[in-house]
Ligand binder design. Structure first.
Ligand SMILES: [Zn+2]
Ligand SMILES: [Zn+2]
Length: 312
């Protein structure tokens, strides 16, 4: 079969891969559409040392033709961490297309049957590819109270930044979006206040909650400059690099610093179905799987919208 492999320094489309064999509890899906995520670009640069097939935002078909997507953490469901309800942190887990498990940029992918979520008929494939990243944005209100009266700033006007801004806005918060690209700030819509990076000083030390979605080293520093004393900073950025930052301001201003990763799929599906979040402005171009290498180059361009790969 065909698939997009990552060897930690480059990605390659291959035509000579053997069919995947399902592990216990897994089903084999026929892949329809996959999104290229910032994490895929990081993995291709060596983040996590991942080697294998990429792809964790996808739509597939079961053997009976049901349209599904899948949660990406393949957890053991029997260790103490899983039994305590923190399955996304299972120490025995693999992660689809990210850690120890081949992903969905291929003709077929195997995933645990219990990770499947049916895609409602009202959502097309292109919207459904956003379920995984939108779920990650909905992780934030699981971790902190977000609602009316809260001043929220999202730093980073990439796709995850816009999703996080829309989620906070949908819950009633006053949301500002800090970014470098006026056209991407406009994409966020009228209900989100656009703030160009160079003017962010105007809201320094005023924000109740600041969410770093920059995907860059400087994001945490910017977030810490905007949050008010005793406020909260949420880190969504994972980068293949190290921070060199004084954390004294975190202590002096008693900032709560929270890491945030995967979130609830059912909430994301419900928001897309109810159209409280419209992801369609984020869609860039659609390529065929056979054009994967070109598609990755397009996804890596600054300011790129979501690049999709049509598989079947
Ligand atoms: Zn992703
Ligand atoms: Zn476990």
């Amino acid at each position: 079969m065909r698939g997009v492999t990552c060897d930690g320094s480059t990605i390659r489309l291959r035509h000579d891969l053997s069919e995947p064999s399902p592990l216990a509890g897994e089903v084999t899906l026929r892949v329809k559409l996959v999104g290229i995520c910032e994490t895929d670009l990081q993995l291709a640069r060596g983040y996590m040392g991942f080697q294998g097939l990429l792809g964790h935002e996808f739509v597939g078909l079961t053997e009976s033709g049901r349209r599904v997507t899948a949660e990406i953490n393949n957890s053991c469901h029997s260790c103490p961490v899983c039994r305590a309800g923190r399955t996304n942190h299972c120490p025995n887990r693999t992660v689809l297309g990210i850690l120890g498990h081949d992903g969905a940029m291929a003709d077929h992918v195997c995933v645990p049957e219990r990770n499947l979520h049916a895609i409602p008929d009202s959502l097309d494939d292109r919207q459904a590819v956003f379920i995984e990243p939108l779920a990650a944005a909905f992780r934030i209100p699981e971790q902190v109270d977000v609602g009316p009266g809260l001043a929220v700033t999202v730093v980073g006007d990439g796709k995850l930044g816009l999703l996080c801004a829309w989620v906070a806005r949908s819950l009633g918060a006053s949301v500002s979006l800090v970014g470098k690209h006026p056209e991407k700030l406009r994409l966020a819509g009228d209900s989100i206040r656009p703030v160009l990076r160079e003017s962010a000083g105007s809201i320094a030390r005023t924000q109740d909650l600041v969410i770093d979605c920059t995907g860059s080293k400087s994001g945490l520093e910017t977030a810490l400059s905007l949050v008010r004393p005793c406020g909260t900073v949420i880190l969504k950025t994972t980068i293949a690099g190290e921070h060199q930052l004084s954390l004294a301001p975190v202590v002096i201003d008693e900032i709560r610093l929270i890491g945030s990763r995967c979130g609830p799929f059912p909430t994301a599906i419900a928001a897309l179905e109810a159209n409280t979040i419209d992801v369609r402005p984020l869609i860039g171009a659609e390529y065929l799987l056979d054009e994967a290498e070109e598609a990755f180059r397009a996804a890596a361009l600054p300011g790129a919208r979501k690049i999709l790969l049509r598989v079947g």
